[in-house]
Design a protein around this ligand. Structure first.
Ligand code: PDD
Length: 316
């Protein structure tokens, strides 16, 4: 394989990129300027991670990837099995316990023009890199958010439930947050309801009820969000998907955000206003522990299957 021929030394070992099956280092990872992902954001992607070498919720990420593809009529040239094989091949070379895994499928390259039929074949890019533990202070102190001035794209336009490569809406909201020294931005929809953060889902707790906006508000169906809804139900904790406004969020007892790589991060201030007593709340901590226990359970189960996912047999 080209990767081996070049020798490992030449590459930055803690990041590897698989482009259409060929693994390279950061410097050599190049895609054509005629790729529609570059030209138009005409691509889809997923982000997951490994815990102790075990890929976390790959099936769920694949479900969402294929749903995004269907919404955009973007045909994925790989089967799930082929994509699993490529992800595992890259992770095996990377050999990091805790890795960030980004799977990008672009519609491919073609003559410049909006017509999706100009592209003939997907580009499939898998970026794997070592993922340091998140800073402790996120969980110990909690983070400050802003409500962005920019609204979330309405569902009727570029539907936020599609995880496409077009993240300019989120980039602009995030830039607002950074300008104000905040951790991240929360976006509203046109009806004044909370949707989500720029790369995470938003939650509030009021009178012990755990609430997150419904998918109808216009947001990404986060895998962490869905997992937490199911875990809370299993533990008989009152959880619901309900619209809420910025004022309702300000008056919450607790708030937090969720994403695959961040898990649950307590939110203690929004637009300078304290949420509850401006410290990570007890129910947020409890939910995070429940989530962490679930991760451990998945890792334990994943270990038993690891051999097969790294070396899928040709017969299945
Ligand atoms: N972001 N909302 C948006 C807009 C997101 O981009 C993400 C994920 C989430 C949370 O989804 P999940 O729980 O499935 O990770 C919500 C990933 C982490 C990213 O873009 O890096």
């Amino acid at each position: 394989m080209e990767f081996v021929a070049k020798g490992l030394q030449g590459y930055f070992r803690i990041m590897l990129i698989n482009i259409n099956g060929v693994i390279t280092g950061k410097e050599d990872a190049k895609v054509s300027v005629f790729d529609r992902g570059f030209l138009f954001g005409d691509s889809i992607y997923e982000v997951t991670l490994t815990y102790d070498y075990v890929l976390f919720k790959l099936e769920e990420h694949f479900d969402r990837l294929w749903e995004s593809a269907e919404s955009l009529a973007l045909h994925i040239s790989h089967s799930r099995k082929e994509l699993t094989y490529e992800v595992n091949k890259t992770l095996k070379q990377l050999n990091e316990k805790r890795a960030y895994v980004r799977i990008i499928i672009t519609r491919g390259e073609g003559m410049i023009g909006l017509d999706p039929n100009l592209a003939s074949k997907n580009n499939v890019i898998i970026i794997c890199k070592s993922l340091p533990e998140n800073p402790n202070w996120w969980y110990e102190t909690g983070v400050e958010m802003i409500i962005a001035n920019i609204l979330r794209n309405p569902k009727e336009s570029m539907d936020p439930s599609i995880k496409s490569g077009n993240y300019l809406n989120n980039v602009l909201a995030y830039a607002e947050a950074k300008k104000q020294g905040a951790f991240d931005a929360i976006m509203l929809n046109r009806d004044g309801f909370i949707t989500e953060g720029t790369t995470n889902n938003i939650w509030m707790i009021k009178n012990k009820e755990i609430i997150t906006p419904p998918l109808g508000a216009g947001l990404l169906p986060g895998i962490t969000r869905q997992t937490l809804i199911e875990l809370a139900k299993l533990k008989n904790l009152p959880v619901s998907e309900k619209n809420f406004t910025r004022d309702e969020l300000y008056s919450a007892d607790e708030s937090f955000l969720t994403s695959s790589t961040k898990e649950l991060v307590p939110i203690v201030k929004i637009n300078g206003k304290s949420i509850g007593s401006a410290v990570p709340g007890p129910l947020t901590r409890k939910l995070h522990q429940i989530y962490k226990d679930h991760v451990q359970e998945c890792v334990k189960q994943g270990k038993n299957k690891l051999f097969f996912t790294i070396f899928p047999s040709d017969s299945d």
